[in-house]
Design a protein around this ligand. Structure first.
Ligand code: S3P
Length: 241
């Protein structure tokens, strides 16, 4: 198989789908899934490739399934899976609790913003973000410019069930004084939810669902979103002429 970047280059040069006004610029669309792997016969059976956003970023509170759904979605689309926390850990050479303890939260947030900016320059990626990423306006703006931003939600009790066993791995959950985990999660969610909503193009609930099922919904909605974005861009270009 060709390296990701070469293949992207080829896909970017494919002719625009029928139905767009002649000469109207199209936003960057990607083709899914990976037809090279699946073979030409299947492509012919399936018809023309579907449009997708340039990237898909998953945002939301800790324990909403960003990493698990992100991996399932990347597999489904044949895209690269990237994770801001994993990048930060690889660059720093230590895990996140150690970073918080040694450098403090402000330094972690600065590293996080740098990683987000770097990833936002790429394409064909499912980006799973740390729960604090969209709280910085410039992170949210970079992700929105880079593609589709999906806010994954879950009920507080589901978040507690998913995070309690390893709450110590997440400094924002571990450092909660004498508050119980559910009370703490609900308080943090109350502060953060409006910021997540503001940053997102779409919201998808993950409570009591399998990662595959959620990934399928995100993929379906991403196609719709990309078509809508292409149509708005084409009509805006038409009005400007
Ligand atoms: C954080 C969430 C974590 C990690 C760090 C801070 C947050 O990522 O980035 O512990 O502020 O919500 P996950 O959302 O993947 O747990």
């Amino acid at each position: 198989m060709m390296p990701r970047d070469d293949r992207d280059d080829v896909e970017q040069k494919s002719p625009p789908p029928p139905g767009y006004p002649l000469g109207a610029p199209l936003p960057a669309l990607r083709s899914a899934p990976d037809w090279e792997e699946r073979g030409e016969k299947e492509r012919d059976r399936a018809g023309s490739p579907k449009p997708l956003p340039t990237n898909i970023a998953l945002i939301g509170f800790m324990g909403t399934g960003k990493s698990t759904v992100g991996r399932a979605l990347a597999r489904r689309l044949g895209w690269r899976y990237v994770d801001t926390d994993a990048r930060i850990e690889a660059i720093a050479g230590c895990d996140i609790p150690t970073l918080f303890a040694c450098e403090g939260e402000a330094a972690f947030r600065a590293r996080e913003a740098q990683v987000v900016l770097g990833l936002a320059a790429g394409a064909g990626q499912v980006i799973a973000t740390g729960g604090g990423v969209p709280l910085r306006a410039e992170n949210a703006a970079a992700l929105r410019t880079a593609g589709l931003v999906v806010y994954l939600t879950a009920r507080p009790d589901v978040i507690v069930a998913r995070t309690e066993r390893r709450a110590a791995d997440r400094p924002l959950l571990a450092n909660r004084g004498d508050r119980d985990l559910l009370t703490h999660v609900m308080a943090l969610l109350g502060e953060r939810a409006p910021r997540y909503q503001q940053a997102a193009h779409l919201i998808v609930d993950t409570s009591d669902r399998s990662p595959e099922n959620i990934a399928a919904e995100v993929a379906r909605k991403a196609e719709k979103w990309a078509v809508g974005a292409a149509v708005s861009a084409a009509s805006a270009a038409g009005e400007g002429r």
